[in-house]
Ligand binder design. Structure first.
Ligand SMILES: [Zn+2]
Length: 397
């Protein structure tokens, strides 16, 4: 027992390093964070523009980790930017702090969930999986199609086919639902995710309503949304958490949807920026503006299509353009994924693809319904980003 204890303790005594988890503070800027941790501001100023901008997209409450040695010196810090990339601050052997953007390594598993209704679908899914994200995704998929407050019999089945990311055995990030099914008094209602990422019914009709509009007339996309991409020339990882529209300086910028301005001001990276909060919980962001329309300030109510400002090149921008972002909470999502789209159904090759996908899902639903429904929770899931310091990649010295 004593020897075992010593063996366990020895590495700690020798190296004395410890891992301290912490959450990213609501609204704290990266420079303030460095100041608070007594880290040099050069970490930020040595970054190129794109990486500097990335630091403004660290989600609130992101699960970060800090490796501290026996002399209380910070050796490394990991800050996740989304579910694919993280900022890694580290101390080099020359005692200099540097930062790089590295991928978060994770495993993905596709899971089938079969839950009989006991109370309400949201509660039952949450109870079975511990995942608030999965439960709310399910409710969102059936919104407007099924009234979750009535008509259920105890034991009516729910089936969900989804992919969940795991890191060191723990789920993290949003699950991706491929298909879902609910049976109410013998009537089956199904929803399928098509290859365009949107949800459709069995005929290829759309469930989701897209309330948003492209924020510029005659749009010309110069850079799309990406959570993580390896730049083959720069040899580094990049993320672009919005869509860039190239336009002449002074081109009007339009509100993508009805809402209320929740930020109108300046940020270092994004320059003159307006944020609008919409009723469905999403927030849109319009960056690098030349100026705001007069009368637009924090708290102003705006209508869809209303001019809010003008295209410019303020902040860390290489030329006049509108950087347009969309956020669910503080997590960046693809803005084009929530834009209005015609819903007349599929034709030709796309129809074939959808029908094949639907039939495959239907056969999985059938198979899953023949198995035993889930009885107890099988994982703990708090829905926040999770990274582990023990799997740090070797430093590039
Ligand atoms: Zn951009």
């Amino acid at each position: 027992m004593g020897r075992f204890f010593l063996l366990f303790l020895l590495p700690m005594l020798l190296f004395g390093t410890s891992v301290k988890p912490f959450k990213w503070q609501d609204g704290e800027s990266f420079l303030t964070f460095l100041e608070r941790k007594k880290l040099p501001q050069s970490i930020y100023y040595n970054l190129d523009k794109e990486d500097q901008k990335l630091t403004e997209d660290i989600p609130y409450s992101a699960n970060c980790q800090m490796l501290v040695d026996e002399k209380h010196i910070i050796r490394q810090i990991l800050i996740p930017v989304n579910d694919e990339l993280q900022l890694q601050i580290y101390l080099t052997p020359k005692n200099r702090y540097e930062m790089q953007v590295t991928p978060i390594v994770s495993q993905e598993y596709t899971e089938n969930l079969y839950v009989p209704i006991q109370s309400l679908p949201y509660d039952d899914i949450l109870k079975a999986t511990g995942s608030k994200n999965l439960a709310s995704e399910f409710v969102k998929m059936f919104k407007g199609k099924v009234d979750f407050r009535k008509g259920f019999k105890i034991g009516d089945p729910i089936v969900l086919i989804y992919t969940q990311k795991y890191r060191l055995g723990k789920p993290f990030s949003m699950p991706e639902v491929h298909g879902a099914m609910i049976e109410i008094n013998g009537k089956r209602v199904t929803v399928y995710r098509h290859s365009d990422g949107r949800f459709y019914d069995e005929k290829g009709g759309q469930y989701e309503k897209f309330l948003f509009k492209i924020p510029i007339n005659n749009p010309r996309i110069t850079s799309g949304f990406t959570k993580s991409r390896y730049h083959p020339v720069l040899h580094r990882y990049r993320a672009h958490l919005g869509v860039d529209f190239g336009a002449r300086p002074g081109t009007p910028i339009l509100a993508t949807g009805d809402g209320r301005v929740c930020f109108a001001g300046s940020s270092r990276g994004y320059g003159n920026t307006i944020k609008i909060r919409h009723s469905n919980g999403l927030t849109s962001l319009y960056a690098h503006q030349k100026s705001f329309r007069s009368g637009i300030h924090n708290g102003t109510s705006v209508k869809q299509g209303e001019v809010i400002g003008y295209v410019g090149s303020s902040g860390l921008s290489s030329g006049p353009h509108l950087h347009f972002g969309m956020y669910a909470g503080s997590r960046a999502i693809d803005p084009l994924g929530v834009m209005k789209k015609k819903t007349e159904g599929f034709s030709g090759k796309e129809r074939k693809t959808f029908l094949a996908l639907r039939d495959k899902m239907d056969s999985i639903f059938k198979k899953v319904l023949r198995t035993k429904p889930i009885k107890k929770p099988y994982f703990d899931f708090d829905g926040t980003y999770y990274v582990d310091i023990s799997t740090f990649k070797p430093k590039p010295f």
